[in-house]
Ligand binder design. Structure first.
Ligand code: C6P
Length: 411
């Protein structure tokens, strides 16, 4: 059954996700918390089980068959991640625990040695705490300034203000590609071009972008790009930091230990080549293999088709929710992706989430790890429905029905 303009057979796709087929509180599960983490297709679950069942072994260490098989699959995971971002080489793909870990790596290995007293780092009002705190603490330590690009009431960056902030003191721009609260898709190509014209590198937090659109780091020309495997239908505990080779080459390692070395004496250590210089210890082998399976899965569906389908679903959802009296949408930028945040006159977001759960509808409520953004909109929290390509308009209708129930209960 083809259900939509993008040609996705969503009923078929839903069969790939075992977790979706269950009742919650006596109602069919409507999973709308995909920005927190996505569900896993059977092929990803199988890849994890197969690795632990048949190939479990350490990588880059053994000559025995199991180690060779594990190494081959692990290395293939890196190539898949490289193709996924269209990076120039596998050396530019560093495996990290996730977006947070990747940002901390850039903060400690790139920014720390390059930041001095009186220098600036630029972020934006819509950043996740993971893209605020590493810079805030580093700036405090170095006597540098953290500058914040303001946004308008729709949730769009004020690019003119951003341009004015860039000076010879600016050492880095660290910015999200897509806001996890507003859904705003930021014009990264423009942001990068403006920064590069002044010789400033740009790190992009891609956590909420890569699940929804094809990303080409060479086209964006960003210097660093980070994302989490669990938000692209892969396992938790694994993610990617992309960095331009010349920058990574010049950076000191983030953590020290095995695998990131070429030779060690008690007096001296020679570090390994990229990407291993940044990957000490036994890596998350199953995570890399599982993320590779997730990338294959996304490629088979096609990110352009996913983008088109989710866009249609988002427009439908925004239209439905904006029609409900007492509901206020937070984040109404024209360029948006897959997130509907809202508050209601009659109920606190926590109560909205609780009632929705009794109706089988899973959303996230709270500050979404973006407290400064909550302050910008003058709300303590929001309820957030975040969409995937396995969601349907019927599920949006169930969300609307559940919101009606909130109104019934609290009016
Ligand atoms: N946002 C959300 O519900 P980790 O936890 O390291 O995988 O990702 C952190 C992170 C960084 N940047 C953005 C834009 C994010 O959305 C997230 C994770 C989840 O919105 C969990 S707080």
């Amino acid at each position: 059954m083809t259900t939509n303009v993008s040609g996705l057979d969503v009923a078929r796709i839903r069969e790939d996700f075992p977790v979706l087929h269950q009742m919650v509180n006596g109602k069919p599960l409507v999973y709308l918390d995909n920005a927190a983490t996505t569900q896993k297709p059977q092929v990803v679950i199988d890849a994890l089980v197969n690795y632990y069942t048949l190939d479990n072994s350490n990588v880059h260490r053994g000559v025995h068959t199991l180690s060779q098989r594990a190494t081959e699959d692990f290395d293939m995971g890196r190539s898949k991640a490289r193709q996924f971002l269209n990076a120039a080489s596998d050396q530019e793909i560093i495996f990290v625990k996730g977006t947070t870990d990747g940002i901390n790596l850039v903060a400690q290995s790139y920014a720390r040695p390059n930041l001095g007293e009186g220098d600036d780092i630029i972020i934006s009002t819509m950043e996740h705490h993971s893209n605020i705190i590493p810079w805030q603490v580093l700036c405090q330590e170095k006597g540098a300034h953290l500058l914040v690009i303001p946004i308008n009431d729709a949730g769009e960056l004020l690019i003119d203000e951003y341009e004015k902030m860039l000076t010879p003191r600016t050492k880095l721009v660290a910015i999200t590609h897509v806001s996890n609260v507003l859904g705003t898709v930021n014009p990264i190509d423009q942001i990068v071009e403006i920064a590069h014209n002044r010789g400033v590198p740009v790190m992009v937090d891609g956590a909420q972008a890569v699940p929804h659109m094809a990303v080409d780091v060479q086209k964006l020309d960003c210097d660093f790009y980070v994302f989490s495997g669990h938000k692209i239908y892969g396992p938790t505990g694994i993610g990617v930091l992309y960095g331009k080779a010349e920058l990574l080459e010049a950076m000191p390692p983030y953590q020290l230990g095995s695998e990131m070395i070429k030779s060690v004496t008690f007096e001296h250590t020679i570090y390994n080549d990229l990407p291993f210089k940044f990957e000490p210890g036994t890596p998350h082998i199953a995570g890399v293999i599982g993320m590779g399976a997730a990338i294959d899965y996304l490629n088979a569906i096609g990110l352009d088709r996913i983008d088109a389908y989710e866009h249609d679903l988002l427009e439908y959802g925004m239209e439905c929710l904006s029609g409900i009296g007492g509901v206020q949408l937070i984040g109404t930028a024209p360029r948006k992706s897959s997130v509907i945040s809202f508050v209601m006159d009659c109920a606190h977001p926590h109560d909205i989430g609780t009632i929705l759960d009794t109706e089988g509808v899973a959303v996230r409520t709270g500050h979404h790890c973006a407290q400064p953004l909550m302050q910008r909109f003058g709300v303590p929290a929001t309820a957030r429905a975040s969409l995937s390509f396995y969601n349907t308009k019927d599920e949006i209708d169930l969300l609307v029905k559940a919101i009606d129930r909130v109104i019934e209960v609290f009016s």
